[in-house]
Ligand binder design. Structure first.
Ligand code: EPU
Length: 421
């Protein structure tokens, strides 16, 4: 198992380009199940979750090959009739549930293992299932699997009880091939949903209301070939901006969509970092001492829960008292005890972390339990005095492409080594 050895403190400076968004590339890959024609995807990040998803797609009859740095997805014939996402895959990656909608729409049947809880919370999929039922599917839960069938889905009106990102994506992919019109209300507004709608539209789907809470979909008989470039990863990019501010550095994120990062930009400015926003770039300079700032996570366009851990790391270095309230997932403060071992002063009460900021961090051996918590500990390591060892880097590898190389180019001293224990 790999680990990172980080020697701090360091001041990051330079330019960095975000990879394509993992959470946009995953539904884009699932969308390939909706057609018999090739789909070409650019800017697909080389991260573990994508490789896992590609294995699942191969099992379901979609092959892939590299095409001049882009990913070409093609139906590979042999397993065309497979419509099951087994437990062995779903347990390693919850996003596997994204095959449910497309498989059902395309084959009239899907069997997908129930994802169960994970480190950050319970994470039910009741809204995915209720939506599919509204489209006429018969859904049964048995032996830990969702078994859904519908000879042909039919358009309907469905309102999500909570805005869910993958739930919206699943329903969107089911509705594009349903008979008639589907109206989805209270949809998630995350840029990754918009990116999926753009791909589906390029494939021939008819979707109105993109970027609003109400999506109106006119079902079509079939979808065809398309090429699509995956949107820049706002969470990965945001992580490097936070690292820049936190280390008193000067980091420019290039080839990005600043509007997707508006909530982070506002918060960075509130802490006293200097932020310059260009058309396709964001530059952050961590000038002098940072100031405390309160934060509440919320669905887009609120502050993303996927940047909460990293921003909390920054707030340990901001003078004064900050309160960070997590409203999206119920168990997303597991990085706090590890930050405290490094010298942070954070107290968690219910869904709020109270930070007494400005305490010096010192390097330690730490371990993370999920993807974003791992990124938070890497950031703390960059700001800390001495050596920090972050164990179980496989969590990071699920969603960050070449993190140690990108940090190295910015002047961070981060080394990947094989763990001996
Ligand atoms: N929820 C329900 N019922 C459902 C679905 C969701 O109650 O049927 C609740 C969840 O328990 C949660 C809230 O709704 O409290 C929002 O969850 P959502 O469904 O939006 O999360 P998700 O689709 O499972 C995606 C990302 C996560 C990201 C969240 C929130 C992907 C593959 N995953 O998960 O990304 O945190 O949206 O923005 O898109 C990550 O990349 O580290 C990550 C965890």
């Amino acid at each position: 198992m790999d680990r990172f050895v980080i020697t701090g403190p360091c001041r990051l400076s330079g330019a960095v380009r975000a990879s394509g968004a993992k959470n946009a590339a995953l539904p884009a890959l699932a969308a390939c199940l909706l057609t018999d024609e090739p789909v070409r995807l650019a800017r697909v990040p080389q991260v573990r979750d994508i490789h896992t998803f590609l294995r699942l797609l191969a099992h379901l009859g979609v092959g892939h090959q590299d095409a001049e740095g882009e990913l070409l997805l093609t139906p590979c014939g042999a397993r065309r009739s497979a419509d099951e996402a087994p437990y062995e895959v779903v347990k390693t990656m919850r996003a596997s549930v994204l095959v449910l909608g497309p498989l059902l729409a395309r084959h009239g049947h899907a069997r997908v293992s129930l994802p169960g809880g994970c480190a950050i919370g319970v994470r039910p999929i009741d809204q995915h299932l209720a939506g599919l039922e509204a489209l006429g599917a018969e859904v049964r839960l048995e032996h830990g699997y969702v078994d859904a069938s519908a000879p042909r889905l039919r358009g309907a009106r469905f309102r999500f009880a909570v805005p869910t990102v993958t739930g919206t994506e699943n329903l969107l992919m089911a509705a594009v091939l349903a008979r008639g019109q589907t109206v989805l209300e209270n949809c998630a507004l995350e840029p990754e949903v918009e990116d999926l709608a753009a791909l589906l539209t390029a494939m021939g789907a008819r979707i109105a209301g993109v970027g609003t809470p109400t999506l109106v979909i006119e079902g079509v008989e079939s979808l065809g070939a398309a090429r699509h470039e995956v949107v820049a990863d706002r969470i990965e990019g945001g992580t490097y901006l936070i690292a820049g501010a936190m280390t008193g550095g000067d980091v420019t994120l290039v080839d990005t969509r600043p509007a997707d990062l508006a909530p982070l930009i506002a918060k960075l400015a509130e802490t006293g970092a200097r932020v310059e926003v260009g058309e396709r770039s964001i530059r952050v300079q961590g000038s002098g001492r940072l100031r405390a700032s309160d934060l509440t996570t919320a669905p887009h366009p609120g502050f993303p829960t996927d940047l909460q851990a990293q921003f909390l790391a920054l707030l340990t270095q901001a003078e004064g008292e900050s309160a960070v309230c997590e409203t999206v997932f119920e168990n997303r403060f597991q990085h706090v005890p590890e930050l405290n071992r490094m010298g942070a002063e954070i107290r968690v009460e219910g869904n709020t972390a109270h930070v007494h900021g400005g305490t010096p961090l010192s390097g330690a051996r730490v371990m993370a339990t999920d993807l974003r918590a791992s990124a938070c500990l890497v950031l703390a390591g960059l700001a800390a005095e001495g050596e920090t060892v972050v164990d179980r880097i496989y969590h990071l590898d699920r969603g960050y492409e070449q993190m140690e190389i990108k940090l190295h180019r910015l002047g961070g001293r981060v080394e990947r080594t094989a763990s001996t224990s």
